[in-house]
Design a protein around this ligand. Structure first.
Ligand SMILES: [Zn+2]
Length: 1026
């Protein structure tokens, strides 16, 4: 929860698929009180209780147990939260880069003893009301978590998870499909060339096309060169074909064993039931083994090392001459030392986070590079932690200079230490994080304790955050040089440090392609005719197996009748502050106040729209009032839980060509800091600083770099946004704000030698946007604090009243909708409508330096409140589960693919990290034909309904209650009607909407693709090439 490492953790994990929303809700029964009654030494269902600890800061009771027969470890966190979570975590320590733990993570989900059907996770998504289901492979463990609010569902999912992990089938065919195989390019044509295929093989090829990810991998491998961290746990694409099926099975037998497992449960369901089920269905069937999976400490180097690696050039890099990365990484202490770990992660924050940190000042502000390197700060995901500092987007000639700055900065820190106020700000941040109620608290806890616990650290110790913070304060009091001494010890005097540089190589992709050809040649060389025949036959067998309709009836399932027929209403009330409408929502927020303001864009001249995301990105980072940007950052950290601004494009719920456009201001704070928080906002309204060109350039460069880096990760989102561009006015604006057009625009800005034109533009935008005349606010706070907050808001409105200008909308086509549907004459939202909008067909291709494609086709259908909307939602889900997943992922080898119905009335098909291009487009079309043919059952429809409802019903955190309605005007009553339409969807209505909306020529559609050079598309004049 408090790790400061930016993206490393995610980057080195291979997450199976994106789960759904998570949940949080308060209950009156007290699970944490009950759990306090357990006694150390007590025996329950084959387990012995070891320790029972109340953790009041996190409102939970921790119960630690061990399994008597196998030694399996168990941690239960009892908390009054109905979003119960289970996870089982195995220590997986590969010694080669064949990706064995990752392929195993995929393969165990291809069927198990009790549930012999393929992909039980995907199938359970449609048979359960889970709020989260996933599996992922980290560097040294593999974790299988799920959460749900339904007790019956918990038992069902637990049963499926236990069976998958401990009793998987691991058939040879599963290994081919998920791992790797040789197969004819066209499996039905024995004369087509043999190529490598496999889900993980393709996934890792995709992952290795992300330079930031490649760099992070190298850093870890080279900083820990002597054991499991020196290999790629996810699999290096060309090492994957060295793995055999036998090795996979052996790895399972030694690593997926209870003696090597850690179980975690969380929530308000009784612990005994979990223990009983886990004992009966899994643990009782095992004897204890010695798994021998400990990771030894990394022997310390006696002198620092340097190394160099290459990567592919980035066509979107803001400055093509500056594409080098350089970073210095230090090996720190063992993460199982909880207090030392906390100290080092806090220290790391002080060193690198925010514009007041010494490394930000010394590395970012001189603009030597575009941003910090992808690995930066504290990383506690390995047995011994590490700290990294460096830059990306820099010129090669600056290498020595950067090294020099890093060592000088460390000397300066040892000399000068940190300002007391910065330390206070950091501890304030921890206080806020502990109070903030998230919807996935159980999952956060599971991830928070995973790494340390994996190496036998004490997970309960980790949860006692306040105790450790108190200890930290005391250490600072006793020794004012406490932190400086740590810096001296871990940085200046540390000889185990690695300086790793990375530079682009023009021939990188070509070399990779050649290496793959060579590997393929090795495998093919010496194949006899009968071997080839066998490969061809196996390919056909796999195809046949994949095409067979699968019987999932062995899996447990909830029924549609288990879904709540009605939703609870969220009460809120409307008021005003200085004539600005305000929505108040009373919630158990643990003493935090959440503030939002929606500001309309309607008066903004058209030519300024492209600048709005940039405006949002820099508004809270340039300084305001009497504060320069450093002081402003300090005050924000000290007084708030963060202040942010984002663009909003909100499609109307009744008309396709109507939408609201605006920006949303958001912040939170502890109740005692309310006046300070509003003071910061009024300074921003009254006197924001825009004229510091140096500061602006730093922010622009970082933003452009972040956008460019994000494409290989969210390419499908860019494809979808682009495909929808010409279909609705809202789609057009979405592309402007968050699509490829915005990426290119920011690249252009980042390349400008002179930003004065941008600096002149920002105040013009501000005049239109930060204007109380076209604003509305929302407050979520505890009932006791609503009136105090209202008074503060009133003062704020008075302070910013000078900005109130009645501006003429540049557009005449504005319609008004009441904020409170029961009060037609009350305050309203102003939506833009373009009744003459003409949607048009457009196929756009973006050539990208990736080896895989991201594809989307979008179809203009109907808005939220339309009769057919619910059928289209269910249809999208059903087509994904019953047709597209099989075609695009299982047969096509893409990492993911499916269809979804979006709020703006666009029905979108997509694929993610896809080796195919035009074949996938025809799979989309075949999906439509499948739907039109009506070859699906009532069971298929019910499953799709469960899946859609588990997303619809994912509970909302107190901070976000009522906010949907505040933003998009969709009331609980409208949601209830939609709910009833969802329940009513049947076979006939599904075939009907497939025919009327999705058939060729029925509705306007758009297509977009991001991917490598593509001859077929180049030759096809119907495509626009970018
Ligand atoms: Zn994977």
């Amino acid at each position: 929860m408090f790790r400061q490492t930016r993206a490393v953790l995610q980057k080195l994990r291979y997450v199976r698929f994106n789960g759904q929303q998570q949940a949080w809700r308060q209950r009156s029964t007290s699970a944490k009180e009950k759990a306090l009654q357990y006694q150390a030494g007590q025996k329950i269902h084959g387990f012995t209780v070891r320790e029972v600890v109340a953790v009041p800061d996190l409102f939970l009771t921790a119960v630690k147990l061990t399994h008597d027969k196998t030694g399996a470890q168990y941690l239960h966190a009892a908390r009054d939260d109905s979003n119960n979570l289970f996870s089982v975590q195995l220590r997986t320590t590969p010694m080669d880069s064949t990706g064995v733990p990752h392929i195993l993570e995929h393969t165990v989900l291809c069927g198990s003893k009790k549930y012999p059907c393929r992909d039980p996770f995907f199938k359970m998504l449609n048979r359960s009301l889970s709020t989260f289901m996933n599996a992922f492979t980290a560097s040294d463990y593999t974790m299988y978590p799920f959460s749900t609010q339904n007790g019956k569902d918990f038992q069902n999912l637990l049963s499926v998870y236990l069976d998958a992990v401990f009793f998987p089938c691991l058939r040879e065919q599963d290994f081919w499909q998920e791992g790797w195989r040789l197969e004819n390019e066209d499996p039905t044509n024995a004369d087509s060339p043999l190529v490598f295929k496999g889900v993980v093989f393709n996934e890792m090829k995709g992952a290795f096309s992300d330079n930031e990810r490649v760099y992070a991998q190298h850093v870890q491998n080279k900083l820990f060169p002597d054991h499991t961290y020196s290999v790629v746990s996810g699999g290096e694409p060309l090492a994957i074909p060295d793995l055999t099926w036998e090795e996979l099975k052996r790895f399972h037998a030694t690593h997926y064993h209870p003696s090597n497992a850690r179980f975690f449960t969380y929530g308000d369901l009784p612990l005994e039931n979990h223990l009983k089920q886990i004992q009966e269905e899994a643990l009782s069937k095992f004897e204890r083994i010695d798994p021998n999976t400990e990771v030894p400490s990394q022997p310390h180097w006696t002198s620092p090392r340097e190394d160099h690696v290459t990567c592919s050039p980035d066509a979107l890099a803001p400055d093509p001459a500056k594409q080098n990365t350089l970073c210095v990484s230090y090996l720190l202490g063992d993460i199982t030392d909880t207090f030392e770990g906390l100290t080092l992660s806090l220290l790391s924050s002080l060193m690198v986070s925010g514009p007041n940190s010494p490394f930000y000042k010394s590395l970012i502000e001189p603009k030597i590079g575009s941003d910090f390197s992808s690995v930066v700060g504290y990383d506690g995901s390995t047995k011994e932690a590490s700290f990294s500092i460096g830059l990306q987007g820099m010129a090669e000639k600056d290498t020595e200079r950067v090294k020099q700055i890093i060592s000088q900065t460390i000397d300066d820190i040892i000399e000068n230490g940190f300002e007391e106020e910065r330390i206070e700000a950091l501890l304030h941040k921890i206080e806020i994080q502990m109070k903030h109620q998230s919807t996935n608290f159980g999952l956060s806890l599971a991830s928070y304790v995973a790494s340390s616990w994996n190496h036998n650290g004490d997970p309960v110790e980790l949860l006692r955050i306040s105790d450790n913070v108190a200890k930290f304060r005391q250490a600072l009091e006793e020794n004012p040089r406490f932190l400086q001494d740590k810096v001296k010890h871990y940085f200046r005097e540390n000889t185990h440090r690695l300086t790793l540089s990375m530079s682009p190589d023009e021939a990188y992709l070509e070399k990779q392609a050649r290496a793959e050809e060579k590997k393929l040649e090795e495998k093919i060389h010496g194949l006899s005719d009968s071997d080839r025949k066998e490969i061809y036959d196996k390919g056909l067998e796999l195809l046949a197996a994949q095409s067979k309709t699968q019987d999932a009836s062995c899996l447990p399932a909830l029924r549609v009748s288990d879904i709540e027929p009605t939703i609870p209403i969220t009460p809120f009330h409307m008021s005003t502050a200085g004539a600005v409408p305000v929505q108040y929502c009373e919630q158990p927020t643990n003493g935090l106040v959440y503030f939002r303001a929606m500001c309309s864009l309607n008066t903004l001249p058209e030519d300024l729209r492209l600048y709005v995301p940039l405006f949002c990105g820099i508004l809270t980072k340039m300084g305001c009032g009497t504060l320069d940007y450093r002081q402003q950052a300090q005050q924000m950290e000290l007084r708030t839980g963060g202040m942010s601004v984002s663009t909003q494009v909100i499609p109307d719920s009744t008309h396709m060509d109507t939408f609201e456009q605006g920006i949303l201001l958001f912040s939170s704070c502890l109740e005692r800091n309310l006046p300070h928080m509003f003071q910061l906002w009024s300074d921003l309204f009254n006197s924001p600083h825009f004229d510091n060109e140096e500061r602006l350039r730093v922010l622009v460069m970082m933003a452009a770099q972040e956008l460019a880096n994000g494409i290989s990760y969210s390419g499908h989102m860019y494809a979808m946004t682009r495909a929808g561009r010409h279909l609705t006015p809202a789609g057009d604006l979405q592309e402007t704000f968050g699509g490829m057009e915005q990426v290119k625009f920011m690249k252009r800005i980042a390349e400008m030698p002179d930003l004065s034109q941008v600096i002149r533009t920002l105040p013009r935008i501000k005049k239109h946007l930060l204007n109380p005349d076209n604003m509305r606010c929302a407050i979520n706070a505890t009932p006791q604090k609503i009136s105090h907050t209202a008074a503060q808001l009133e003062t704020f409105m008075k302070d910013v009243a000078v900005n109130r200008k009645e501006r003429k909308s540049i557009r005449t086509n504005i319609i008004q909708k009441p904020l409170d549907p029961l009060n037609e004459s009350g305050p309203s939202r102003k939506l833009l409508t373009e009744p003459n909008f003409q949607p048009c067909q457009m196929k756009t291709f973006f050539q990208m330096p990736f080896p895989v494609n991201f594809i989307s086709e979008c179809i203009r259908t109907v808005p939220f409140s339309h009769q057919d909307y619910a059928s289209l939602c269910i249809l999208a889900r059903m087509m994904t589960a019953k047709y597209l997943h099989g075609e695009i992922r299982e047969k096509g080898g893409a990492y993911g693919g499916g269809a979804r119905m979006g709020g703006g009335g666009l029905f979108s098909f997509y694929s993610y990290r896809d080796p195919n291009s035009t074949q996938t487009l025809s799979a989309f079309r075949k999906g439509v034909a499948w739907a039109k043919s009506g070859q699906f059952t009532q069971q298929d429809i019910d499953e799709a309904k469960l899946s859609v409802f588990s997303a619809v019903d994912s509970p909302v955190a107190p901070a976000n209650k009522g906010i949907g309605c505040f933003l998009n005007g969709i009331t609980d009553e409208m949601k209830q009607s939609h709910r009833e339409r969802l329940f009513a969807v049947d076979h006939k209505s599904l075939v009907d909407v497939a025919e009327r909306y999705l058939g060729v020529g029925q509705r306007t559609c758009g297509v977009a693709m991001l991917g490598p050079e593509n001859d077929a598309i180049k030759k096809d004049p119907s495509w626009v090439l970018k």
